[in-house]
Write a protein of this length. Structure first.
Lengths: 220, 206
């Protein structure tokens, strides 16, 4: 048990340090969402009521697309430099190694989005950005878990990025539907948030196992 | 293809029984039988593409044999062609991180002591991106000098990109590990200057 904890801590620490030192890896999604949000008033017109109505859904779509940006490089460098083999030989369950990798990926790539998006929402005149923030807090880990599975499955594919989008977008539709419904606030928001949480729980229970199985196939 | 089983008192740390592997439809090797005991060194030889790395990966459990059985009794340390080096980490961070990931964390002092035999103690703070290929190889091999290292070492081309003096030092370290009851399986295209007898296994056509 001690060796497992030490290995888990080492993996998380290494992932954190190495990702943090490559700002392009984790700043790109944030920059994408901020950039896209800046385009909304240009593309939709500056009418405040219209922007206020559309902003939660548009911010959610931007967050979803941003989550796809880093996926082609999620596992590819680890496969290329042999890190994946070292995780597999470490005294810790492979799904746990995958879960730790995805947790760091989410914390650096998506958590800043969760923190910044409500500020963007305030900029669009949304008086209560809490539903949007909560929906992203539950939705972005679900996107990261689905993204990890997709990235593992297309690891050896030549046109990996395109294939990844084709594979993931249908799977991410429920997250988008529940997420935008929760972000809009109103009567159905709580139900949508609960459904989003349930979907996240299902993914937490299944995705690390499926992803580690896919990565094992890629290593074999 | 078979190696005579050594009649040693200690039970083997590694057993291969009628192991065969292929890459796609192409068979790499068939009927490999082997028992490696504590204190033994095994040199896996063969031409490029004969399946040396594939055999090491089977031993490590990174892939499954097409036929046969692989049984590893003890914990192992695997240093492959690509040993998980991260360009953005410093030499000492990389070494300590590799040790901790293997469940055997070491102190900064122990890591520095392990870097000295590979001549990198004065480069401990450098990032791996700043090192040459040979120096990067040395960072990976510095794990062999860490305390509490695993008893079975599986090394893929440990001498690749190393100079003659460093190759001698690696050979001495492998000798000492075997003297202490450890076992080593390694591939190499050149003989290692070891003092202890080395068993060998030829894959493919001799």
């Amino acid at each position: 048990m001690g060796a497992t904890l030490q290995a888990a801590a080492a993996l998380a620490r290494r992932e954190w340090s190495s990702t943090l030192r490559q700002p392009a890896e984790w700043l790109t999604p944030l920059g994408f969402v901020v950039g896209v949000a800046a385009m909304f008033p240009i593309g939709l017109g500056p009418e405040p009521a219209r922007l206020r109505e559309l902003a939660p859904g548009l911010l959610w779509i931007a967050a979803l697309l941003a989550s796809l940006l880093a996926l082609p490089r999620l596992f590819a460098p680890d496969l290329a430099d042999g890190s994946l083999e070292q995780w597999w030989l470490a005294p810790l369950p492979r799904p746990l190694a995958v879960a730790l990798k995805l947790a760091v990926h989410w914390a650096l790539g998506s958590l800043p989005l969760v923190l910044v998006t409500p500020l963007l929402a305030l900029g669009f005149g949304i008086e209560n950005p809490t539903p949007l923030a909560l929906s992203l807090l539950l939705g972005t880990p679900a996107l990261a878990l689905l993204g990890g599975l997709g990235a593992a499955l297309v690891l050896h594919a030549r046109a990996g990025a395109g294939l990844l989008a084709l594979l993931l977008l249908p799977l991410e539709v429920p997250v988008l539907v529940f997420g935008t419904a929760a972000a809009q606030g109103g009567a159905n928001a709580q139900t949508a948030l609960l459904l989003l949480g349930a979907w996240l729980a299902v993914l937490l229970a299944l995705a690390p196992w499926a992803t580690s199985a896919a990565l094992s196939l890629m290593l074999d | 293809m078979s190696l005579a089983l050594a009649s040693l008192s200690a039970p083997p740390v590694l057993i291969l029984q009628r192991v065969g592997q292929s890459r796609g439809a192409r068979p790499l090797f068939e009927e490999v039988d082997l028992a490696l005991h504590p204190g033994q060194l095994l040199w896996v030889q063969g031409a490029n593409g004969s399946g040396k790395t594939s055999l090491l990966r089977l031993i490590c459990g990174l892939s499954a044999p097409r036929v046969g059985r692989v049984h590893v009794e003890r914990e192992l340390l695997y240093i492959g062609h690509r040993p998980g080096l991260k360009d953005v980490l410093s030499v000492i961070e990389q070494l300590r991180s590799s040790a901790a990931l293997a469940g055997r964390p070491c102190t900064e002092g122990q890591a520095l002591a392990a870097l000295a035999p590979v001549g990198l103690d004065d480069a401990a703070g450098l990032r791996l991106a700043q090192l040459s290929e040979g120096q990067r190889r040395r960072v990976a091999l510095a794990q062999l000098w860490l305390p509490r290292v695993a008893p079975l070492w599986v090394l893929d081309e440990p001498l690749a990109a190393l100079d003659a003096a460093m190759a001698d030092r690696i050979a001495q370290r492998l000798d000492r590990h075997a003297d202490e009851g450890g076992s080593v399986v390694f591939t190499s295209h050149q003989p290692l200057p070891m003092k202890r007898p080395v068993r060998s296994l030829h894959l493919g056509r001799p």
